[in-house]
Design a binder for this molecule. Structure first.
Ligand code: KG4
Ligand code: ZN
Length: 338
């Protein structure tokens, strides 16, 4: 008897060990479990992710996360029809931790693996809840990536633009550090910025906001923030709130302007915003307002727990990827492009 389409997804591209069990039925995705073991506490000490430290943590966490994923989905290992696995982009040692685990499990269960692209996972994560009307433009904004993708349909992707230096999430993380806020900086800046009321007294640059391409650059914003902070005589709570507000707004302004322009230029039907930074409430609010003005364009943002790294999105993208039992051919691809 053929097994039900029950996917176990494994995601270890950065600092989260994530697994999910997703049932696919009549083209719909039903999330049976979504387990994430975060290494945030460990990496907070260093203000960033150290690949070999992260790899060791993945190796420790993979087995318990797997057990939890099965238990919370109330399934047995023998129920799994195949594995969806992130092979890139990401940190090479971390990707290998996931690959080694997946391959040994797949061999044991005699099932296939669907090697999956992490960025495609972020892009398609909205399918957990919504259908995508094509063509779409996807803005993938996370700690490692800032890409604007034109999507004509499933598997038909073209990168319109991307960051030339730091990713948007990285900019949140680095400027938060300057302000003495914790890692990861995105949620910290968002929280701190809430305390600021009125008109910003600080003016930071919006790099490349008017450039004719769809590229981004955030390292200048980080430097401008550092300079502003260093020139400030008295660093008060109010000052930090204003600085956090201005950094957040500068990032939103640039992301929004280029996404809207792409939406207009390509006559698209759907704007998808995904990746860790899309968990930002202010960004969501401002995108919502602006995209509404583009009549006939729908904005899709995944629910918060599917914005940041997770394995549900890998199950979804993996469902459309080619499966293989040629395990030895599965290799980490740190610089994999969509
Ligand atoms: O997608 P993700 O979990 O991992 C990567 O693939 O990088 O994204 C993590 C990034 C971090 O840089 C974090 O600061 C940022 O997403 N982030 C946020 C928020 N929540 C997470 N940035 C802005 N506002 C947030 N609420
Ligand atoms: Zn990610």
């Amino acid at each position: 008897m053929p097994k039900e389409n029950l996917i176990l997804a494994i995601e270890t591209s950065c600092d989260d060990t994530a697994m999910a069990v997703v049932r696919v039925k009549n083209g719909k995705f039903e999330i049976l479990s979504n387990i994430i073991s975060s290494q945030i506490k460990l990496h907070q000490k260093y203000g960033g992710v150290y690949p070999y430290l992260a790899k060791r943590e993945h190796e420790k966490n993979l087995s318990p996360v797997y057990q939890k994923a099965l238990k919370s989905a109330r399934i047995q290992a023998s129920d799994i029809s195949h594995i969806a696995l992130t092979i890139g982009p990401g940190l090479s040692p971390c990707l290998w931790a996931g690959i080694n685990f997946a391959v040994s499990l797949a061999k044991e269960l005699k099932i296939a693996i669907a090697p999956t692209n992490h960025i495609e996972g972020h892009l398609l994560s909205v399918l957990a809840k919504d259908d995508i009307e094509w063509p779409a433009v996807g803005l993938i904004v996370s700690g490692g990536h800032t890409q604007l993708i034109l999507a004509g349909g499933l598997g038909k992707y073209e990168i319109l633009g991307e960051t030339r230096d730091d990713a948007a999430g990285e900019c949140f993380d680095k400027t938060a550090r300057i302000m003495g806020l914790k890692y990861p900086g995105g949620p910290e800046i968002a929280q701190t910025a809430k305390d600021f009321k009125g008109k910003s007294k600080i003016e930071l640059p919006r790099p490349m906001i008017n450039s004719k391409d769809y590229d981004f650059s955030f390292s200048g914003l980080k430097t401008a923030t550092l300079n502003h902070f260093n020139n400030q005589k008295k660093v008060t709570k109010k000052y930090i709130a204003n600085l956090a507000f201005e950094v957040q707004q500068a990032i939103i302004d640039v992301l929004l302007k280029k996404t809207v322009r792409a939406a207009k230029d390509f006559g698209i039907k759907t704007v998808i915003v995904s990746g860790g930074v899309s968990a930002n409430m202010e960004l969501k609010k401002q995108f919502g307002r602006k995209i509404k003005e583009l009549r006939g364009v729908n904005l899709l943002v995944p629910e918060a727990k599917l914005c940041t790294d997770n394995a549900v999105m890998i199950a979804i993208a993996g469902h459309f990827s080619k499966k293989t039992k040629n395990y030895d051919k599965i290799k980490a691809q740190p610089n994999l492009r969509i």
